[in-house]
Design a protein around this ligand. Structure first.
Ligand code: ADE
Length: 248
């Protein structure tokens, strides 16, 4: 009997700049996984859906103001063309739900995603509502377009897909997976210009090393991210919430 492989996780990106993809996702582990077919990436050029010979995709904001707005009819036609592709339809926007590790895991567990990248001032509100588009932000700052945000989102998700990261264990140890920032890392030489690595890491005593790392992770989180620390304390105090990391 031949094994039936499920279709790979698939990203569909609607953009005015398809050349921005795969960009850095074509490199290293994600790039090799893409070549192997462990995940798929398709770009759709929104400009192909313009309705005039000048290939216009934008117009001035009604009510006045700076910049241009992406037209609802053009964006709608582009979205219609990907109606059959798997996964939620997400628009990258600083107004959206903040990306975190929990959202990345949620998206990695699904069949794929469809990403709408805006340019100019943004996309006409009506098409976002008519198509029930969900908005996702990669942070509280403004990028010049959705492409770099889409690359960030894709990177966080793709590295969680089975087979993409060589060492599955390292993913579990990282910042945020436990609700804590990651402990400091060291490699050889053990003495670099007189700066020595912490003795415990050379001891070979795994329980001590684990404890040391947890203490450093807690210290760092407390000092740098009191918001994460508060949630971590809450989670560990309540057994029902243990293991629930910095979700929304
Ligand atoms: N587009 C512009 N800024 C953005 C941000 N911070 N997150 C997602 N998409 C964006």
């Amino acid at each position: 009997m031949t094994a039936v492989r499920p279709p790979p996780w698939r990203a569909t990106v609607l953009t005015l700049f398809p050349d921005a993809f795969p960009g850095p996702l074509g490199l290293s582990l994600a790039g090799r996984a893409l070549e192997r077919g462990d995940w798929g990436l398709e770009t759709v050029d929104i400009r192909d859906f313009s309705l005039d010979r000048h290939r216009t995709v934008d117009d001035a904001p009604l009510g006045g103001g700076a910049g241009m707005v992406m037209r609802p009819d053009v964006v709608d036609a582009a979205l219609e063309s990907v109606a059959g592709r798997p996964g939620p339809l997400l628009y990258l926007s600083p107004r959206g739900r903040l990306l975190n590790q929990a959202l990345a895991r949620e998206l990695a567990a699904g069949p794929g995603i469809r990403l709408l990248c805006g340019r100019y001032e943004g996309v006409d509100q009506r098409v976002l509502e008519a198509r029930a588009v969900e908005e996702v932000s990669v942070g509280d700052y403004v990028l010049s377009g959705g492409e770099m945000a889409a690359l960030v989102l894709l990177d966080t998700v793709v590295r969680l897909l089975p087979g993409v990261m060589g060492n599955e264990e390292s993913a579990a140890e990282e910042s945020f997976e436990s609700g804590l920032l990651e402990y400091p890392l060291y490699t050889r030489p053990a003495d670099w210009q007189g700066h020595k690595v912490p003795e415990v890491l050379l001891s070979g005593h795994h329980a001590h090393i684990r404890q040391w790392r947890r203490e450093r992770a807690e210290e760092l989180t407390k000092a740098r991210r009191p918001d994460l620390w508060a949630r971590y304390i809450e989670g560990t105090a309540d057994p029902a919430k243990a293991g629930d990391e910095n979700g929304t």
